[in-house]
Write a protein that binds this ligand. Structure first.
Ligand SMILES: Nc1ncnc2c1ncn2[C@@H]1O[C@H](COP(=O)(O)OP(=O)(O)OP(=O)(O)O)[C@@H](O)[C@H]1O
Length: 341
């Protein structure tokens, strides 16, 4: 749906050229939530601003639904921009206008008549959960509510793509989750393609289908979120993934559990995909005469399924331990016996 080819943006400074976006090529599918993650200065904001030409590329091409964005003249660009909604970290609302008027603003600009505009605004207010707040001013709203206004306004002209520039970075964790849930429900309901940039892996994990990792203007890794989480290849990607599972393997803590005792075995369970949804641990404890002691680990949900590791101690007769390990393996979960924790 969006095809980005060899896209670059260079800023010519007095004594140097900054390669903010450097030869980026990506294909973004219709209806997917595509995340771009990178540390500060990686080029994320510049990248997302190039996608609606708030920033003019130095070179390269962007195609949206087979139409070249990069070659559009001023008038056509203005029309096409209506099909690219955008939300921002600091909401960018009109402070002297009410919630209703903020959302109606892009419809006014598009020349919609009053009645159709009212119907659309009412529908959007319902969609983003702001019923009853139509007449409030932005200053009377919480951060999460302000972003809901931002989202409704961005959706006013029925865009094909929604660009999110660090849209949850100014929000507390709970509100962040609410807004991310809202984006997922909009993505599903409207089949809207969403491109979001963030420096938080939690955001990628929670809502994205695919992710690109940016570093010094370049995309250094791209793939399905689940795949990238399970098997990050680049150093930067590994650092981001570790943000979410710092406790995954703490050898010191596990050491105390490793014994020569035949009746105990410490095993590492590696969950990938849908398997972690099942109540495997309680099933094992119920069906086999073993105690299952969870030592450490974490399971995370992504849009494509769960992944993660759990270290557990199985305590029981040798052959029962073996049988429970086989049961776990047959459920599609990788089992590794931890001998050298
Ligand atoms: N208008 C500009 N003029 C000169 N340099 C710029 C301009 N905009 C961005 N840059 C530079 O381009 C590089 C990428 O910046 P960008 O803001 O896109 O990164 P980012 O990943 O979004 O980081 P942050 O989250 O800190 O904004 C940085 O080195 C930045 O200083």
């Amino acid at each position: 749906m969006i095809s980005i080819k060899k896209l670059s943006k260079h800023f010519q400074m007095k004594d140097q050229t900054v390669h903010a976006v450097d030869d980026v090529s990506l294909e973004i599918e219709k209806g997917e939530i595509f995340g771009v993650i990178g540390y500060s200065g990686a080029g994320k904001s510049t990248f997302v601003r190039l996608l609606n030409r708030l920033e003019e590329p130095t070179s390269g091409e962007i195609t949206l639904d087979q139409q070249s964005l990069t070659q559009l003249g001023k008038n056509d660009l203005r029309k096409k921009r209506q099909k690219i909604g955008m939300i921002f970290q600091h909401f960018n609302l009109l402070w002297s206008r009410t919630v209703y008027e903020n959302i109606a603003f892009p419809l006014e600009i598009a020349g919609l008549d009053k009645q159709s505009s009212k119907e659309k605004v009412d529908e959007l207010i319902e969609l983003v959960g702001l019923k009853g707040r139509e007449n409030s001013y932005p200053s009377q709203l919480s951060g999460g509510q302000k972003q809901r206004v931002g989202i409704a306004r961005a959706l006013a002209n029925d865009p094909e793509v929604l660009l999110c520039d660090e849209a949850t970075s100014a929000l507390d964790p709970e509100t962040t989750d609410d807004i991310l849930d809202l984006l997922v429900s909009i993505n599903k309901k409207l089949k809207l393609t969403i491109i979001l940039i963030t420096h938080e892996m939690h955001v990628i994990q929670k809502i994205c289908h695919r992710v690109a990792v940016m570093e010094q203007g370049k995309v250094v890794e791209v793939g399905d979120v689940l795949e990238v989480f399970i098997n990050p290849k680049e150093k930067t990607t590994k650092r981001f993934v570790q943000q979410l599972s710092p406790l995954e393997h703490d050898p010191e803590r596990l050491k105390d559990f490793i014994t020569e005792d035949e009746s105990k075995e410490v095993v590492k369970l590696h969950f990938v995909g849908g398997t972690a949804r099942r109540s495997l641990i309680s099933e094992v404890a119920k069906q086999f005469d073993v105690y299952v002691n969870i030592l450490q680990g974490s399971i995370s949900q992504t849009q494509e399924g769960s992944y993660g590791t759990l270290f557990v101690e199985l305590d029981g007769e040798r052959k029962v331990i073996e049988a429970s390990m086989n049961y776990i393996r047959n459920s599609g979960v990788e089992v590794e016996v931890v001998t050298n924790a």
